[in-house]
Write a protein that binds this ligand. Structure first.
Ligand code: SRM
Ligand code: SF4
Length: 614
């Protein structure tokens, strides 16, 4: 049972029919989840979530029964199961405070529904459907996420089935958008019509399909009528059966993330993924990938064993073998990842615990052949794909910077209406970026004035009119919907960027490219730990300021100052901008400069001048 304190690896093994725990054994070398469950000491306690997954019968649990109940919330077990279906139970924390102020107790629950969109590739009709759904059943806004997905917040339980069913009816899915499985596969979204870009986008779809859970539970719960007849279009992988050949019945120890990047364009932050695939290109063809493992940014300050990590370089795989190697990496994590302590369950801890050589040996064994030595290809640039760009087939795309990914209609800016008008008039293709923005693709030269007129009419700033610092900034959702938020983020960053714009202008740095990323807690959802400037919510209204990352995403930053009040962040940085302007070396970004100087020198620069001596 979920949360049962008596749930151990021993009885997990028994439930799975394993010899060491009283079941039937197998003679082959240990590569299955079942066998590994049995090898581990019976005394070890699995986390409560492991019990919930095991008892859920392939992610069914009691979700269907609870959906039929006249209650506004799910049980604790179902909340965990539902994550694998792409939905989180939340409450609006602004409303909580307002209710308390009115002397009322309790929370008003609603669901966040996340769509998994491999490579960020969707159609105009899919976006329009999500916009309709957020208005009819959600809080009225749609959120582009930092992993090229879409989120609708504020869906009440009674409407959850409608929303998930209708998302599926458009051909999108929420299955595995969250939970202990492979999440949305990220890939450079640029719609260049080159063999390389087309091949990488195709690989994102292949990986997403290959690692999608096979359970029939998703189809039964959301897409079928009472007689079990599908009422909606069903992806052929959803509901293929209850055998989970890749995951096993307890799925992975923790969330798992994959991303595909190019050496000259690391727009998806490949080093922050559990499994990163860096394309190796020769003569305009992808010959294979450098495989990177063990990236992950979440950190829990109270647990000193946790830390953000960039992925380590594992080896090279030829393009034809990449899915097999990805599967081997996932299975190594499945069988050897930490299932006792969820804080230490991401792949990065396993890679660091074993060391990269031992990890590689294990992947080789699971794969049945050896990874080749790394190719020298390495990330050396990144592009945010914002503005007008030729696609290479006579058509154009326009990268529209969406501030923090929030598509809302306000009196000043009507993002949703503008996108509705663009989709209705120009029927573009769409791609979501890893910077929470959107690319409008397949446009003709003649569409340009039409598009720009629509944006202006709706008060939406053209990308060319957006400052460099705003364009390269990103914030996570945080308040009011994220239950883990300590500080504001999405609602705080725009004001901070206003101040930064003025300050950078003052120092003549307005055109310099560097990343500013804010999160409302240390979990790292806007990837702050490899940004030039990372701002991480630490206590109410106060942020840890990190400096020294790189725009290419290849270096972790360092803690510069802790617990800085929001209003003091720009004054703190101002002397550093002045020093950067005067002392920077050729080609150095602000992050490079901070990295070269180091924390002590920067502290000396930032310190107020000593008081005059008498
Ligand atoms: Fe995240 C948990 C939002 C990308 C690391 N993340 C959450 C939850 C679900 C809070 C919760 O567990 O209750 C947030 C929901 C807030 C809300 O109201 O919507 C949340 N994460 C997001 C999104 C929407 C941020 C955004 O503003 O775009 C991103 C959704 C991406 C998607 O479409 O799948 C999002 N989260 C990330 C990233 C960035 C990335 O993957 O590129 C990270 C850092 C990379 C990583 O995974 O290490 C990230 N989220 C976390 C963590 C820390 C995980 C860890 O290893 O410790 C948590 C907390 C957890 O899992 O326990 C978390
Ligand atoms: Fe919530 Fe923290 Fe993620 Fe921001 S970083 S969305 S506050 S979990």
């Amino acid at each position: 049972m979920g949360g049962d304190p008596a749930y151990t690896r021993e009885n997990a093994g028994r439930a799975l029919g394993c010899e060491a725990a009283g079941g039937k054994g197998r003679s082959s070398r240990c590569v299955s989840a079942v066998e590994t469950e049995c090898r581990v000491s019976a005394e070890e306690k699995l986390s409560a979530v492991e019990g919930i997954k095991a008892a859920s019968n392939f992610l069914r649990g009691t979700v269907a029964a609870e959906l039929a109940e006249d209650s506004d919330q799910f049980s604790a077990e179902s909340i965990q199961v539902l994550k694998h279906h792409g939905t989180y139970q939340q409450d609006n924390r602004d409303d909580r405070a307002a209710a308390r102020a009115d002397g009322k107790a309790g929370k008003q629950f609603s669901m966040m529904v996340r769509s998994r969109i491999p490579g960020g590739q969707l159609t105009a009709s899919q976006l329009l459907a999500e916009l309709d759904l957020c208005e009819r059943f959600g809080g009225g806004t749609l959120r582009i996420t930092s992993r090229q997905g879409l989120q609708i917040h504020g869906v009440v339980k009674a409407r959850l089935r409608d929303v998930i069913a209708q998302i599926n009816a458009t051909g999108l899915s929420t299955l595995a958008a969250c939970g202990d499985v492979n999440r949305n596969v990220m890939c450079c979204p640029a719609p260049y019509q080159t063999p390389v870009h087309l091949e990488l986008q195709q690989l994102a779809q292949t990986l997403a399909h290959h690692f999608a859970p096979r359970t029939r539970a998703y189809r039964e719960i959301w897409l079928c009528d009472a007689a079990g007849t599908p009422q909606r279009r069903v992806d052929e992988n959803q509901g293929a059966g209850d055998d989970e050949p890749i995951y096993g019945r307890t799925y992975l120890p923790r969330k798992f993330k994959m991303g595909i990047a190019l050496p000259h364009d690391n727009c998806i932050d490949v080093y922050t993924h559990d499994l990163g695939l860096l394309a190796v290109i020769e003569q305009d063809r992808v010959i294979g990938f450098n495989v990177l493992v063990g990236g992950g940014l979440g950190v829990t300050p109270s647990n000193k064993k946790t830390y953000p990590a960039l992925a380590k370089r594992l080896g090279f795989v030829a393009a034809r073998d990449v899915v097999a190697v990805a599967e081997a990496v996932v299975k190594v994590q499945r069988d050897h990842g930490n299932r006792e302590d969820r804080k230490l369950a991401r792949l990065k801890y396993l890679v660091d615990h074993w060391g990269i050589e031992a990890f590689r040996a294990r992947v080789d064994a699971y794969c049945g052949h050896r990874l080749q030595p790394l190719h020298p290809a390495e990330v050396h640039a990144m592009c945010d794909h914002i503005g007008w760009e030729a696609q290479g087939d006579g058509r154009w795309y326009y990268g529209l910077n969406v501030e923090n990914g929030r598509l809302a209609d306000t009196p000043q800016r009507q993002w949703k209406s503008a996108l509705r008008a663009i989709c209705g008039t120009l029927a573009p293709g769409l791609r979501l970026t890893a910077h929470q923005s959107i690319l409008l693709t397949n446009l003709q030269e003649r569409d340009r004035p039409v598009l720009e007129e629509i944006l202006r009419r709706h008060g939406v700033p053209l990308s060319e009119e957006t400052s460099t610092v705003r364009r390269w900034s990103m914030a996570c959702v945080a308040w009011p919907t994220c239950g883990l938020a300590i500080t504001e983020s999405e609602r705080a960053l725009p004001g901070l960027i206003d101040q930064l714009e003025a300050e950078l202008d003052r120092w003549g740095l307005a055109r310099d490219v560097f990343t500013v990323r804010m999160t409302g807690c240390p979990n790292g959802c806007a990837r702050p730990y490899n940004a030039d400037i990372g701002l991480v919510g630490k206590a109410r209204g106060r942020y840890s300021v990190y400096l020294g990352g790189s725009p290419q995403g290849t270096r972790l930053n360092f803690l510069f100052q802790d617990l800085v009040p929001l209003e003091q962040i720009v004054p703190l940085l101002s002397p550093l901008f002045a020093a950067f302007r005067d002392q920077r070396q050729e080609g150095e970004s602000f992050g490079d400069f901070c990295h070269r100087c180091g924390r002590d020198a920067l502290c000396a620069l930032a310190a107020p001048p000593p008081p005059p001596t008498a």
